[in-house]
Design a protein around this ligand. Structure first.
Ligand code: UD1
Ligand code: CA
Length: 458
């Protein structure tokens, strides 16, 4: 039997008040529509067609077919655009249709629904649920126990609005029945749209077998239409991510204060402290200590590393490093193991080899730092040439075992060779040879008795 899923995702989402199409809003770091796509894929619907508009970034969708609906004429019209992609399937193929704005639907819900559909030999079936607050959703009108039709909120009478059983926006059709139902649609309703929901009414009247499957669990929302509902979905999915991590061996202190995005990986025995936000494709090793109050974006962090009160972006950090408190690790850094980046230190596009330390108050940019280097407090790399174009940034090379005295100013491009020292307060503008001490400051002069003389003259 052929199974195809069509995910409807081309609507604008007026109630979001956004320039971004609704289903592209992110929940825990990924587009909302990817959650229902995941759910159908793991429920044995290997072939998925997602209906989007041309103004949406199609690179978000991997491993699915794309159909376009450029004018949002309604869910019925969107379903038609999806169905056009599978015209050649036999009439008894199973077509699952679901709205792309329901990130809370699970593959287990879909599996149970699918089994009920197959067992009942229906031509069409929808998933209903009892909603605590049904406002805005389509209501299920029944005659006794028998399905009659779905009435949208905007078309409903006051009496119908009191009905709690709603349409979740998940349907299964035999392909032939779906084709027939869609061909009968009109847009004669309050919204002037082609409603997919009306197909069920038409099919029923034409003698097709139409069923209702009631969802066992109650969800707090059955679709994200507003940013308030977006935040409700975010909270639930965030909790699922944190629970998955905790059950796999990650300690999360005060989970309500921690945000970790969907694709983040964290090794066991790592502890995440309050106020921490971990984003993108970040991968954190085992036995790390992260936070409190830390933001990490797309970074790779080795085992045993500790990061507190800091921001780390798009960098690769080795094992047993110490970052923070109050470090700003900007994109493009590679730190090997046992590196220390300390308080009020900003590092950008730099390589720092094993056992090197930048403990206090420094700016290091476009630098290559060898092993066992100590960078004194307040050291600055002057990497900006003041020019635009290819010579905008100049590099600083500091080889193994170098000692940079406090408050050194390293004017790039410059190389400081192995085992050299720079004297505190130096402005280094020229290459420093191995084992040398570079002093780049004016000599101190002590004027004996100067203070006494000054006092006598006033
Ligand atoms: C729809 C159902 C409603 C149900 C609810 C469940 C209809 C007419 N109504 O209402 O009965 O209770 O879902 O959440 O189907 N879309 C398109 N093209 C369009 C319009 C919408 O692709 O022209 C997509 C949207 O991107 C969205 C989905 O279809 O992902 C649902 O559209 P939405 O406008 O949110 O429908 P609801 O009014 O919530
Ligand atoms: Ca909706």
């Amino acid at each position: 039997m052929e199974n195809v899923a069509i995910v409807l995702a081309a609507g604008i989402g007026k109630r979001m008040h956004s320039d971004l199409p609704k289903v592209m809003h992110k929940i825990c770091g990924r587009e909302m529509v990817l959650y229902p796509i995941d759910a159908v894929k793991s429920a044995n619907f290997g072939r998925v067609i997602v209906v989007i508009s041309e103004r949406m970034d199609k690179s978000v969708f991997k491993g699915v077919d794309i159909a376009y609906q450029n004018v949002p004429l309604g869910t019925g019209d969107a379903a038609k655009k999806g169905l056009d992609k599978v015209k050649l399937l036999p009439n008894d193929a199973n077509i699952l249709i679901l709205t792309g704005d329901n990130p809370l639907v699970k593959s287990s819900d879909i599996e149970k629904f699918y089994n009920a559909f197959i067992e009942s030999r229906s031509d069409a079936m929808l998933v209903s649920a009892d909603a605590e607050n049904p406002q805005g959703l389509g209501r299920i009108i029944k005659n006794g126990d028998v399905f009659e039709r779905i009435v949208e909120e905007k078309d409903a009478t006051e009496q119908q609005k009191k009905i709690k059983e709603i349409n979740t926006g998940i349907y299964l059709f035999k392909k032939g029945a779906l084709e027939k139902g869609l061909s009968m649609l009109s847009n004669d309703n309050a919204q002037g749209e082609y409603y997919l929901t009306d197909t069920l009414y038409y099919l029923k009247n034409k003698g097709f077998k139409v069923g209702v499957y009631k969802l066992e669990r109650m969800l707090p929302i059955y679709g994200v239409n507003t940013r308030l509902e977006l935040s409700i979905a975010e909270k639930i999915i965030q909790r699922e991510i944190l629970e998955r991590l905790m059950l796999s061996g990650v300690t999360i202190v005060n989970p309500d204060s921690v945000s970790i995005e969907f694709d983040v990986k964290i090794g066991n025995d790592t502890i995440i402290y309050p106020g921490t936000l971990i984003q993108g494709k970040t991968a954190i090793g085992k036995g790390c200590s992260i936070g409190p109050n830390t933001r990490i974006i797309n970074a790779e962090i080795g085992d045993g590393t500790s990061i507190q009160f800091s921001v780390v972006m798009e960098s690769k950090i080795g094992a047993n490093c110490t970052i923070g408190p109050f470090s700003y690790v900007r994109p493009g850094n590679v730190f090997e193991s046992n590196v220390k980046i300390g308080t009020f230190v900003e590092v950008k596009k730099s390589k720092v080899d094993e056992n090197s330390k930048i403990p206090h108050l420094s700016y290091i940019g476009d630098a290559t730092i060898g092993k066992n280097v100590n960078i004194g407090a307040g050291t600055i790399t002057c990497n900006f040439s003041g020019l635009e174009g290819p010579h905008k940034k100049n590099s600083t090379t500091i080889e193994d075992n170098v000692f940079i005295g406090s408050h050194s100013t390293l004017v790039a491009p410059v190389v400081i060779h192995k085992n050299a020292y720079t004297a505190a307060g130096s402005v280094i503008t020229r290459e420093v040879p191995e084992w040398a001490l570079a002093i780049g400051r004016s000599k101190q002069v002590n004027k004996e008795e100067w203070v006494k003389r000054r006092k006598r003259n006033v």
